[in-house]
Design a protein around this ligand. Structure first.
Ligand code: ADP
Ligand code: ASP
Ligand code: MG
Length: 406
């Protein structure tokens, strides 16, 4: 007997038929003697619809109230899933995040989990219930409802698995595992049997939304056995995330290509080349809880520098607004925002021991006539910014150039 946490994403609970399929699968696991905790997302499209409703009534919504609205999608699916499981003669009970006591900080819309109270749910598990827990939500110290950021149900599932010491956390979605790149963009992308935690962390942080980054961080911290698989197939091994460091000679140099269309580029032009300037620019942005990703300081000319970084597209206006206010104080010439960009990254632990990856990447893109505006690297990844309209072509040509389909 094992304790298994199963997370079902939006397409896996998209309608009553899909919810019935989830209940069938849960019953199969229960019949085999396993204890099962289910974490569900809202029905696919639902969270977007709620976001639109919020925007229709208020252009600058209070984050507390937004989270009250956004969390409702998951409340529908926990109830329906529990009912579907009960209809199969299996005891089931639904829980909102607050009912579980998923305690978060108060950063509405991107709250972080601080603690999970397991007392209640453990009692129910011991009494033979299947638990159906709402993903993507928690509550802060004051009891305000919070949400964990888009794709946050993955994080709920892994955090619950960690808190309960589950034997495995299974992420059911609409693809049957982790691929070399998004199969929606490259049709012959190849499914990976396993991926190292390190690589998965990079892939997720660089935009592969198959797993929310925080769920991968949680998995690594608590060594949760994590598997991604399809809810549309009866069986299948999916892809397992592994923790041992791999040093094999035959490791592929590149394991995958990740990309992200959600970022925008901000350039502060012609600022004085002096100590503290990066802090002066980024400090006020961090204070507003805006996440900054790539940061590049261009080579100076005439004692002046250009400073470039990326933020989420949804936070571009706010970022520009902050910088415009500080422009004179910084001594900057202009502030430029560009949201027509995409970030593309090659990821692979094999890069540590191979040279020439970057040059092959740049040659491939130059042959395609694709211009690179910004480059950043780490030990196991190379990231570039390109025009958003060239993204698909870039991913496809690199996938081929690095033989990822083989
Ligand atoms: P869910 O609603 O189940 O959480 P998501 O849409 O969040 O599902 O994640 C699954 C999607 O992730 C897939 O449909 C696929 O298009 C996308 N994806 C992006 N990169 C990858 C990758 N490397 N491997 C598999 N899927 C990927
Ligand atoms: N429903 C939320 C979203 O669409 C959370 C999730 O699906 O993981 O982002
Ligand atoms: Mg998801």
């Amino acid at each position: 007997m094992s304790l298994i946490v199963q997370k079902y994403g939006g397409t896996s609970v998209a309608n009553p038929e899909r919810i019935n399929a989830v209940a069938d699968r849960v019953k199969r696991f229960v019949d085999k003697g396993h204890k099962v905790v289910v974490v569900v997302s809202a029905m696919s499209g639902e969270t977007n619809k709620l976001l639109q409703f919020i925007n229709d009534v208020n252009k600058k919504p209070d984050p507390r109230e937004s989270d009250v609205v956004l969390s409702t999608g998951e409340q529908v699916t926990i109830g329906l899933t529990a009912l579907a499981i009960q209809a199969r003669g299996v005891k089931a009970k639904s829980y909102t995040g607050a009912q579980v006591k998923i305690l978060t900080d108060n950063a509405h819309s991107k709250a972080r989990i601080i603690n999970i109270g397991t007392e209640n749910i453990r009692k129910d598990l011991d009494n033979g219930y299947v638990l159906v827990i709402a993903g993507f939500q928690g509550a802060d110290e004051q009891g305000n409802i919070t949400t964990l950021g888009r794709g946050g149900s993955d994080t709920t599932a892994v955090a619950i698995a960690a808190a309960l010491g589950a034997d495995e956390c299974q992420i059911y979605t609409d693809v049957n595992g982790i691929y070399t790149t998004d199969p929606r963009v490259v049709s012959n992308a190849r499914k990976l049997k396993s991926i190292t935690f390190e690589e998965m962390l990079e892939m997720a942080s660089l935009g592969s939304k198959v797993l929310q980054i925080r769920s991968v961080e949680f998995a690594g911290k608590y060594k949760v056995n994590l598997r991604v698989l399809s809810s549309f197939e009866e069986d299948g091994e999916g892809t397992i995330i592994t923790y041992e460091e791999s040093h094999k000679m035959e490791d592929p140099i590149i394991s995958g290509i990740a990309f992200n269309r959600d970022e925008a580029k901000v350039t502060v032009e012609s600022i004085p080349d002096k100590p503290g300037i990066a802090y002066q620019i980024l400090g006020p942005i961090a204070e507003q809880n805006i996440d900054v990703d790539m940061i590049i300081q261009n080579i100076g000319h005439d004692g002046l520098n250009d400073f470039t970084f990326t933020v989420n597209k949804t936070e571009l206006d706010k970022t520009i607004e902050i910088l415009e206010k500080m422009k004179d104080h910084l001594g900057a010439k202009t502030i430029i925002g560009d949201s027509n960009i995409a970030k593309l990254s090659l990821v692979g632990v094999g890069m540590k021991s191979h040279v020439g990856v970057a040059s092959k990447m740049f040659r491939t893109l130059s042959e395609e006539g694709i211009n690179i505006s910004t480059i950043s690297t780490s030990e196991i990844k190379i990231s570039i910014l390109i025009e958003e309209k060239s993204l698909d072509a870039a991913v496809q040509s690199l996938h081929k150039a690095f033989n990822l389909d083989q």
